[in-house]
Every structure is written in C-alpha cells, then in structure tokens.
Write a protein that binds this ligand. Structure first.
Ligand code: ATP
Ligand code: MG
Length: 384
C-alpha cells in the first residue's frame, strides 16, 4: 500500500506519536511503519516537543490527556512554529468540547480510542492529502497573483506610456502648436485624439481597480476629515459641470465628522460619483453633495436631477463594465468601471454604498462610512 497517497512515494513521510500509553505508541508505530511511514514516538508533551523540534514530522498523533504539558498545549506550540504540520488528536476521554477545542486550535481531525489499524492509516493519509491540496491551492493562488501583477506591469508601462506619448503629439497638432493643418486632417486627428483619450481612461480605471484589489488602500488609511477632500473634488469638477451647464452644491454636515480612510481613494470615490451626477444630468440640472453624521456613521449623499436609472437596472450598476444602454446614454462616453471601483474602495473601508433612482427622476448615491469621531459639542453650537 502506498501510504502517502498523492505525494512522492520515494519521499518518506514522518509521523510522531505522542502518547503516555506504551501500548498505543507501539501499535501506532507498528501499523504506520508497515504502511511505509518513518515513525517516531514520545512518552509525554515535553519529549513530544523535543522530538518534533528535531525531526519536524509531517504528521503528529497527539494524546490530549497526558501528565505534564497536555496535548492542546503541544498542539499550539507545534503549530506556532510549523503551521503545516498535520495534527491529529487521539484520546480515550473524548468529549465533544475537547475535540472542538482542538480543531479550533488547528488540529486536522480527531481519532477516539480505541481505533483500528485501518482507521489510523486512513486518517493519517487523509491529513497528508488535505495538506497537499492546501499547499497546491496556495501555490496556484500565488502564481495567479504573480501573473496578474505581471500583466498590470505590462499594461502600465508597455501600453500606457507609448499611448500617452502619442496623445501628447496629437495634443500639440490638434491644438495648433505645429502650424495650421487642413480641416479634414484636423477632424481626423481630433477623432484619433478622442479615441486615445477614451483608451487611456479605460487603462487608468483598470489600473485603479487592480490597485484596490491588491489591497493598496490599506497603506494610506488615516483619521480623515472628508470635507476638504470633497471640496477639492468639487473644485476639480467645476469646469466639467460648467461645460454641461450643471450647478454643484456642497452641504457639509454641521459637525466635524472624521472617518478612518485613505484620502486619495476617497477622492476617487467622490470624483466618480460627482462626475456621473454631472455626466448623466440634463442642461441646467443640479448636483448636491450632502453630509450627515448619524448612528455612528458618516453618510454622504450625491444627488442629481438627471436622466435617472431604470429600476430594473439598479441591481447591476456596481458590476464591472455595466452600463445602462438607452438612447439617452448612447452618446455619453464611459467604461462602466467607475461604480465598481467606488464599491470596492468603500467596502475596503468597511462602509457601504447604495443607490436610489428611477428613470427621469435623477439619482441619489449614498456612501456610509463608520465614524471615528463626531464632535457633538460643535454640532450643538451650530444648531443654537
Ligand atoms: P466610467 O468607468 O467612465 O465611470 P460609466 O460612467 O459608464 O463609466 P459607472 O460610473 O460604473 O460607469 O456607471 C455605470 C452605469 O450606471 C453608467 O453607464 C450609467 O448608465 C449608470 N449611472 C451611473 N451613475 C448615474 C447617474 N448619476 N445617473 C444616471 N445613470 C447613472
Ligand atoms: Mg462613471
């Protein structure tokens, strides 16, 4: 029988039996040696830890009730230094609680005495097989992450940089800095410029999404007053809003509300929400950004008076690449990644984002973030 099924058969697996009962140690050793394992034993917890340190076993069979250090303490100590060790608890005084306790502390399984040789072989083999699968999964995950990072590097450097360069040349030509060009050529170059700008927007969105997914927001987390962030977002959006004849209004909460947040990521969130509120608005429409501290949360609402979102489309708006397709949105450029970025960032801050809207009735997006600090005295003064 190939005891260490699924693993290299020439690579002998090591098992350590820690039990104060000589009969158990001997019978385990006999069964497991016959099954092809390299078997060691120890008479109590202290010797068990010593042998485990020396031979670094793949599997430890551990009695729970032993004089001196008990099995649970041995289990904790072994897993602290060798988390990949398969620990199987054996005991004659099995209670559900001690089994659950051992499993919570990281034991693979539980084997009540008395057990048959077949049960012993099976549980050891299964433990090793599970460890192999876990290691394989971890390796595949790491490989997937490496491939993703590699792809991001390619997109960021090999694609974005040359496209930016081409765009800069087109900026100069279309902007008339290289002398006059005839109207047909100008029209064509303007088209190329627009397409390139759209492509660079997609790349920027995609890189932003990768940055968030890679957990890059955690590094910038700090106690943040969101209002200066929102003021600067509104300032940045003003020219775009003026171009669309849309007015922007910022109503801060009456009190100083602080959240734990990465200010850069928060700017991305509200830039996306405000730019949507402008982009999907109507001429002479308005956008209101309003803040409120309530129930331990900071709630920021971005409301607009635009085309709205049909109710049946609402469940999908936060999905990657989703866009409402209608005659009203056909000429509005976008990649459908903005709201998915918003959701990922907000959830990365332990917050929530929601939307209320119906067709032709405008839209209201609300971000809720847990508050760090709400200065109620200031609030009362403001209300007086
Ligand atoms: P981009 O990635 O450039 O932001 P986008 O604006 O199309 O592209 P999202 O911001 O993710 O993508 O929005 C998804 C879709 O939800 C939009 O295409 C639009 O149809 C709808 N939408 C979002 N915000 C609003 C809004 N304030 N009013 C009406 N429709 C909206
Ligand atoms: Mg958008």
């Amino acid at each position: 029988m190939n005891a260490a099924k699924g693993e290299n058969s020439t690579d002998k697996r090591t098992v350590l039996v820690v039990d104060d009962e000589e009969a158990i140690r001997d019978s385990c050793r006999q069964v497991l040696t016959k099954a092809g394992f390299d078997c060691h034993s120890a008479v109590d917890g202290i010797e068990g830890l010593h042998v485990a340190h020396q031979v670094e076993p793949d599997v430890i069979l551990l009695d729970l009730m032993m004089p001196g250090i008990d099995g649970l303490s041995v289990l904790t100590k072994v897993l602290e230094t060798h988390p990949n060790t398969v620990c199987i608890v054996i005991t004659g005084y099995a209670t559900i609680e001690s089994a659950v306790d051992a499993m919570k502390k990281g034991a693979f399984d539980f084997l009540p005495k008395p057990f048959t040789p077949e049960e012993l072989r099976l549980i050891v083999t299964r433990g090793l097989e599970q460890r192999r699968l876990l290691q394989e999964t971890a390796e595949l995950r790491a490989e997937k992450e490496r491939m993703k990072q590699y792809f991001i590097t390619i997109v960021a450097h090999e694609l974005r940089s040359p496209l930016l360069l081409v765009k800069q040349y087109l900026d100069l030509i279309v902007g008339g800095k290289m002398g006059t060009i005839d109207d047909t050529a100008k029209e064509m170059l303007e088209g190329a410029h627009g397409t390139l700008t759209g492509l660079l927007d997609i790349i920027a969105d995609w890189l932003e999404l990768s940055r968030i997914t890679a957990g890059d927001i955690a590094g910038g987390m700090q106690e943040t007053d969101l209002w200066p962030v929102l003021e600067s977002v509104v300032e940045d959006m003003k020219p775009f809003a003026e171009e669309k004849s849309v007015s922007l209004r910022l109503d801060p909460p009456p009190e100083t509300c602080k959240v734990t947040a990465d200010p850069k990521s928060m700017a991305v969130v509200f830039k996306n929400l405000v730019s949507n509120a402008v982009k999907y608005n109507l001429p002479d429409g308005s956008v209101t950004i309003e803040g409120l501290c309530a129930d331990g949360n900071l709630r920021v609402q971005v409301r607009d008076t635009g085309i709205g979102i049909p109710e049946k489309e609402l469940p999908f708006v936060f999905e990657d690449f989703f866009r409402v397709t209608s005659s009203k949105t056909a000429d509005i450029p976008g990649t459908g990644l903005g709201l998915s970025i918003v959701k990922k960032i907000v959830e990365g801050h332990h917050g929530t984002v929601g939307v209320e809207s119906s067709e032709n009735e405008g839209a209201a997006f609300e971000v809720q973030l847990p508050l760090v600090h709400c200065d109620e005295e200031e609030a009362e003064e403001d209300y007086d």
